[in-house]
Design a protein around this ligand. Sequence first.
Ligand code: XMP
Length: 512
Amino acid sequence: SILIVDFGSQVTQLIARRVREAGVYSEIVPFDRSPEALERMRPKGVILSGGPASVTFEETPRVPPAILESGLPLLGICYGQQTMTAQLGGKVDPSDHKEFGRARLEVVDGCDLFDGVWSAGNSYQVWMSHGDSVSALPPGFRVVGRSANAPFAAIADDENRRYGVQFHPEVMHTPDGAALLRNFCARVCGCVGDWTMAAFRETEIRRIREQVGQGRVICGLSGGVDSAVTAVLVHEAVGEQLTCVFVDTGLMRQGEAEEVVGLFRDHYNIPLVHVEAEDQFMTALAGVTDPEQKRKAIGKLFIDVFEAEAKKVGGADFLAQGTLYPDVIESVSFSGGPSVTIKSHHNVGGLPERMNMKLVEPLRELFKDEVRRLGRELGLPEGFVGRHPFPGPGLAIRIPGEVSKDRADTLRKADAIYLDEIRKAGFYDEIWQAFAVLLPVQTVGVMGDERTYDHVLALRAVTSTDGMTADFFQFPHDFLAQTATRIINEVRGVNRVVYDVTSKPPGTIEWE
Ligand code: XMP
């Protein structure tokens, strides 16, 4: 295994992800708790993450002596490189030129880290984000790569198997970074690379058991992959101690409620409370047109309904939630400060405090595609695992203006046709998310010899890796034409279809 010592970088989780992709188990531990982790895990190597601090100040996080003296291979990234260098007798200075963004790294010499990936005399794209940089090497180190503003951008002490890089190999903007991290795990540390999602499943089940003990757990299902995977995992861990609650808000996609209920009751035989709350949600949404108020109204009612159900089953000590890593970072800006609220995300926020429950979040460290792999590992049907994400507030945020049952029904029908066409054309798996939006705008049309005055429907489809940025999907025109025709012919109340060609940013994926 690999121990990742965290100095507070926003992208530390990406290091863990790359290590997992190399088939190696890792744990992220805050720098001040890393000596205990070293004892407990007995890792084969240590990665020192980046972080916001500057080594040139007195009081900053340092690599604990136990790590430096362990004799284990080390890889310092950005701040990790700087503090390692300073602690081993080198020098770090604030540099005149800050480097942020894409840069070229010139490889001046080979080393185990670069083996089979980079060769001396060539230059490669890397991602930089630093003010300070190393200005003198500690004894035993040599330079293996440099950039315009960092003469010691990559350094190596082959004998002690210690490496430092100023750039971030864990981010996608360093295209060869994953291969370098793989080299560190396999070549430098000698990890075998046989760790899989099956192993993750076992580890998490053990952790859930330890955390929950004899306590009772409640889990809200949304119809999405994340909550389903969470529920199945928790059920494997603690069986009957888990109760699942599915609140049908009337704002689900077509067939979704039946699918979730069927999956849990019949396929897994996991007890499920099915609450039909459509009328309550429609009442709460009557007259509400502002997007944030809509989200808040739904969130509040959801908590009320969920709490009432939880009380009926005798309460719970724990709330299991399918929080993913991007959900954790979306609320924090890149600089580390709180970011502005673009949209208040709907989940059961506030509920744990109100009901005095602790959180069980087994997916907290995973990314969406990893959750899908875990879902397959747990035997969830492929059609369910591969499903596009669906927002908590559901169809309500795809109906700008006032939401009503009629409008939700119209949208549901059009959305189902759109998705059906996408599946038939074989685009479904290439697309991150596709859905229809029912606009509160009526336009004039002609059908047969009749004048129509009906609603506009917008179609949206985007590609993305994590939902944080997205590009609109480039459908062939005849696909759009055929889908538009089918929707207008089959869905009453819609007489015009448009396609949304906005990327994120500047647009968001959802319309509200
Ligand atoms: P936006 O619209 O912010 O969406 O670009 C990014 C991703 O998040 C989903 N989304 C939500 N998911 N609760 C959720 O669970 C929400 O309130 C929510 N709002 C947006 C959206 O569908 C997309 O995948």
